[in-house]
Every structure is written in structure tokens, then in C-alpha cells.
Write a protein that binds this ligand. Structure first.
Ligand SMILES: [Zn+2]
Length: 403
């Protein structure tokens, strides 16, 4: 599996200067080669290397590899732009509008350098990176999801938001997930971001505080409406997003770690379970909407995938109304947001924990509790439909298909 990981580099002021100087020289080479590639319509990498490699090295004093990499950036830049314009022109032609032609490309002074393994190597704690002044060794921050066994295919040095980053394209071996005999159920919610079937709760209190603080600040800035207020607005929305992303990384890491350590799979509900439950107040819906459910789910999925933990997505209908002890389904089983009380057997429990247990149980049973459409016939009529019909005397509306 190929994925891109962003690694932040820590560089001293001197090292930053070396990186800037290298970027500037590299992009100057690109800008020198670009008009020639353009006027001669030479967009193949090999063709461009043949045409310009020696003169570039003589003029710019780059190492052989760096000269090659700069020319490759020019060639691939033209090829991808050409492809993009061809796609745009299909639309323009259909609309009867004038077509676009390929422009001459220019490169930003601090645009990305595409390194390969000969000029950049990633160590356990440091990265060795080629600059005009020789190789330098920089510390980098390794995200916790960075795979332990990975082959780095290509690395781009990127300058963004005042810092240097490596965008590393890594190849990880595909681990065949084992079929688990038990599942850790995870209930995603509004008040609690996640609750596991063994009772671990990840509250949204901290993220909610941050959201409220930024929300107030956002209100003030929006009223001001000045240019600097708008800039500040962009800044805080970035900060809020990063805080949420970090939170999701922590939660997903913990959940995957628990499942891996106990040799269990992870059970998540599909979105209809969440959507059915969140017909609550407007404030909550907004809060809900803002919280990156999709992100948390995808973090759990890819971290689990990386370590061979199986993830099963179950039908989420009625997970919050069903009793995890006796299986009885009723909307009144949920007297408050936080509490579950079964009207059949009297079982009482935290509502999210009860839902998480149902999710874990459904993953193990391995049969969907609801079917796509009630008109398929009585044979495939599911338990949930029967129960709903028994309670309300009608079928529930057709549910959205599972993910
Ligand atoms: Zn019960």
C-alpha cells in the first residue's frame, strides 16, 4: 500500500539558509529549462536530460543527481499540466467555448524539491539531505502512525507555514488481517467522541472547550471584518482543525492498540446508526457535524490495516435503542441522552456503553440486522424491521445503504 506521510523537519537558522539556497538554485534550474522545454515541446524526461543535462550542470553547479531531478520536475510538470488542460478542453469543447493552450510553466523560488533515495535518506531519527553546501542531518518529527516497516519511494522537500516538511511517499507491506474471534465495539457519539464496549470513554469535553473558545473569537473577528481579522480567522480555523486531527490520532491509536493487544477486531457502525441518533437539538447537530467523524473512522481503519487488525463495519440501525442484555428494541429504552434502561428486562447502563456492546455483538454474529428494502419479501425481513413494525405498526423508512 502506498501512502504519503508528512514529516516536519527541525532546522537551525543556518540549516534553514542552506535549504532555502538549495531550493532557490533547484527552482532556478527548472526556470532556466522550462522555456527550452516549452519552445521545443520536449516534455519527455529522457529527451530533456539529453538536451540540457550538461549545460545545466556547467551553469548551475548542481550535483549530477540534483540536475537530473530538476529536469525531471520540469518534464513531469509539463506532462501533468498538459493532461489537466486536455481534460478542461473536453468540457470547454462540449460547451462550445474557446479552448485553452498549454502555457509556459514557471516555478516558485521556494517550490518543492523532489528528492530520491540517492540524495535523501531517512534514518531512524534523522534525515540526511543533500544541499548545495553538502549533506546535512536534520531531526524530524515522526507521526505515531508512521509505519515501522516502510520503504520510502520518493520524498518532496516542501516549505510551508514557515517550516520545512518532507512529504514522504512510503510503501508498506500489506498485512493479511486475521479473522478475529472477538470484537472491540466502538460507539461514536456527540457527548462522547468514542466509547468502547469495554467501557473506555473518550469525552469531547476538551475539544468542545476549544471549539467554544474559537467560536467566541470567530464571532468577534467576523464582526470586525477587517483584512487582518480575516487573516486571523483563517489562522484559528486551521488551529482548530489541527487540534481535532491530533485528538483523532490519539483516540484511533489507543483503540487500535487495545484491539491489537487483545487480538480482537474492531467493530464500527455504519453512518445510519449515527444519523438516526442525532435528530437532537440544532446546537448538537452542528457540534456533531463539525466533529470529524469521517476522519476518526478513517484513522481507525488505516491504523488497524497497518498492523493487521480487522475492522468490520456493521449495520448501525437501533444500536442505541436495543438492550445489550436481552436484545429488546424500543425507543423508550433511552430515557435520557446518557442513560439506557431496558423496559423488558430492567437492564440499566450508560447509553454509549450499551451501544458499543451491541456493535461488538453484531460484528461477531456476522449477519446484518436490517435489510435494504422491506419489499424484497418476508424471508429477508430482518429482526429490526420486525421489531419496529411490532412497536409502531409500520415499517421504518428505507435506510441508507451501508458503507
Ligand atoms: Zn433488556
Amino acid at each position: 500500500m502506498q501512502s504519503v506521510t508528512k514529516l516536519r523537519l527541525f532546522a537551525s537558522p543556518d540549516e534553514r539558509q542552506m535549504l532555502f539556497a538549495t531550493m532557490e538554485r533547484y527552482n532556478a534550474v527548472c526556470n532556466a529549462a522550462s522555456p527550452i522545454a516549452f519552445s521545443e515541446r520536449q516534455f519527455s524526461n529522457i529527451g530533456l536530460q539529453k538536451r540540457l543535462y550538461y549545460s545545466i550542470r556547467e551553469t548551475f553547479g548542481l550535483s549530477a543527481q540534483m540536475a537530473q531531478l530538476a529536469l525531471r520536475k520540469v518534464a513531469s510538470g509539463y506532462r501533468s499540466t498538459k493532461e489537466a488542460i486536455r481534460e478542461q478542453n473536453k468540457v470547454l469543447a462540449a460547451l462550445g467555448k474557446p479552448l485553452k493552450s498549454l502555457p509556459e510553466i514557471s516555478f516558485r523560488a521556494h517550490g518543492a524539491i523532489c528528492y530520491d533515495a540517492r540524495v535523501l535518506s531517512l534514518g531512524r531519527n534523522r534525515v540526511s539531505i543533500w544541499t548545495l553546501d553538502g549533506r546535512i542531518h536534520l531531526r524530524y518529527s515522526k507521526p505515531d502512525h508512521f509505519p515501522a516497516v516502510a520503504t520510502v519511494k520518493q520524498t518532496d522537500l516542501v516549505y510551508r507555514d514557515g517550516a520545512f516538511w518532507l512529504y514522504a511517499t512510503v510503501e508498506t507491506p500489506d498485512v493479511e488481517p486475521a479473522e478475529p474471534t472477538e470484537y472491540l465495539g466502538v460507539d461514536l457519539g456527540v457527548v462522547n467522541i468514542a466509547t468502547t464496549s469495554e467501557g473506555e470513554v473518550f469525552s469531547s469535553a476538551a475539544t468542545e472547550k476549544v471549539r467554544q473558545r474559537y467560536g467566541r473569537l470567530r464571532g468577534i473577528l467576523q464582526k470586525m471584518g477587517t483584512k487582518s481579522a480575516k487573516r486571523k480567522l483563517r489562522q484559528i480555523s486551521g488551529r482548530e482543525r489541527r487540534f481535532k486531527t491530533d485528538t483523532n490520532h490519539v483516540i484511533s491509536k489507543r483503540i487500535v492498540c487495545v484491539a491489537q493487544g487483545t487480538k480482537r477486531g474492531i467493530a464500527l457502525e455504519d453512518l445510519k446508526g449515527i444519523l438516526l441518533r442525532t435528530t437532537v437539538t440544532k446546537v448538537q447537530r452542528e457540534r456533531h457535524h463539525k466533529w470529524a467523524f469521517h476522519q476518526l473512522r478513517s484513522f481507525i481503519e488505516y491504523k488497524a490495516y497497518g498492523v493487521g487488525v480487522q475492522v468490520k463495519v456493521i449495520d448501525g440501525a437501533y444500536t442505541s435503542q436495543q438492550c445489550s442484555a436481552c436484545g429488546f428494541v424500543h425507543p423508550d429504552n433511552r430515557p435520557t441522552q446518557a442513560a439506557f434502561l431496558c423496559h423488558a428486562c430492567g437492564h440499566t447502563e450508560n447509553a454509549d456503553l450499551n451501544a458499543a456492546k451491541n456493535i461488538a455483538a453484531r460484528a461477531l454474529v456476522n449477519e446484518p440486522i436490517a435489510v435494504c428494502s422491506p419489499d424484497i419479501g418476508g424471508e429477508v425481513e430482518s429482526q429490526a424491521y420486525k421489531e419496529h413494525a411490532a412497536i409502531h405498526g409500520s415499517m421504518p423508512p428505507t435506510l441508507v445503504g451501508g458503507s
